[in-house]
Design a protein around this ligand. Structure first.
Ligand code: KG4
Ligand code: ZN
Length: 336
């Protein structure tokens, strides 16, 4: 079965064709990052306009690259939530138009479920149930993936997402948007134990995260040094922040694995590209005898192959939208 996936929830316009949820035939991503860099973050109005300009060409390219036409496609999967509403609407309306014109079923697909599904493409043997840490620019979730379309949210961030924490800290150190990848690079030459940073806990919620205090602590280090006219070793600060975030994420994930008896841990989302997090989780899971999976770097960030992969399983589960499908800026991963 061939699924055409469409993604426009943030600042990448993407389309892809995937066979049976596992094999990529094409994967086209048009990134707007260069333009948003000028403003230090995503400007929603610009994102919507760029999606509207790019989407038709991106979808055509995905079909061409896969060497198929719409006649070969079995269903259209589109990210309908969560994300920037104006950005999501471009993908949803384009997919609706295609669906009406072709008579193909329209499959609404949750962005975070799709990030998880990137792992199905990369790891043909991976099947639910498993414990998944979904860490992106907007979300930090600890989720039990009971089945391809059944999820139990165990924990989430109460304030900033891990990616947001990295991006804000990176920006304060003068790195361009999105700063996570630059921070990762700079951390490689730093000492992860140079700065003792706080690890906030959420009272009574052992699986929840809180990163805003940690972010503030990093900003305070920078401001204090600037006020005193002191040089700060940003490689050390990046390494310390990266280590602290990985440690917090790792501790909660491990606790959840012990409590639930999960034997498999999966990482997903843009932040799963972080080298410190990958190394830390690899060591932890090895020590605990847990199987660990994460996507290749090419599938960590936003793309539509992951949408088509999740869309395949949503389609099999009968999750087909009517013509009144709308986009939603927020939607729990557990929705039915
Ligand atoms: O999943 P994603 O592409 O978009 C959202 O759905 O939010 O995640 C983007 C986030 C950004 O915060 C970006 O800085 C972060 O992922 N990121 C990284 C790395 N690569 C991307 N954070 C830390 N280290 C990286 N190597
Ligand atoms: Zn994403």
């Amino acid at each position: 079965m061939l699924i055409l996936g469409i993604e426009s929830s943030c600042d990448e316009t993407a389309a892809a064709v995937v066979r049976d949820g596992r094999k990529i035939l094409s994967n086209v991503v048009a990134s707007q990052v260069e333009e948003h860099k000028l403003y230090g973050g995503v400007v929603p109005e610009i994102a919507s306009r760029r999606h509207a300009e790019a989407i038709s060409g991106v979808v055509s390219q995905a079909l061409t690259d896969a060497d198929v036409t719409l006649k070969d496609i079995d269903a259209i999967a589109v990210t309908h939530a969560p994300g920037l509403i104006g950005a999501l609407l471009v993908g949803v309306n384009f997919a609706k138009g295609l669906s009406v014109a072709t008579g193909l079923p329209l499959v609404p697909t949750h962005h975070l479920r799709s990030h998880i599904a990137a792992n199905y493409i990369a790891h043909p043997d991976l099947k639910p149930p498993f414990l998944c840490l979904v860490v992106s620019g907007g979300h930090s979730h600890l989720v039990m993936v009971e089945d391809y379309t059944r999820f139990t949210l165990l924990g989430r961030t109460r304030d900033d997402a891990a990616g947001e924490c990295f991006d804000k800290a990176a920006r304060a150190m003068g790195m361009p948007y999105p700063g996570g990848v630059h921070l990762d690079k700079r951390a490689q030459s730093g000492n992860p134990h140079a700065f003792a940073l706080p690890r906030p806990q959420v009272e009574g919620s052992p699986y929840d995260f809180s990163f805003s205090g940690l972010k503030t602590a990093v900003l305070n280090q920078l401001h204090n040094a600037a006020q005193k006219g002191e040089e700060i070793d940003t490689a050390d600060l990046c390494a310390s922040l990266q280590f602290t975030v990985a440690d917090m994420l790792g501790k909660h994930t491990l606790q959840a694995a012990r409590d639930t008896g999960a034997k498999t841990v999966v990482l997903a989302g843009g932040v799963s590209a972080n080298s410190g997090l990958r190394a830390h989780m690899t060591a932890l899971c090895e020590r605990e005898g847990l199987a660990l999976y994460f996507p290749p770097l090419s599938l960590c960030g936003d793309n539509a192959a992951m949408v088509a992969a999740q869309g395949y399983y949503e389609f099999l589960a009968g999750n087909i939208a009517a013509a009144d499908l709308n986009a939603a800026p927020t939607l729990p991963i557990e929705y039915r």
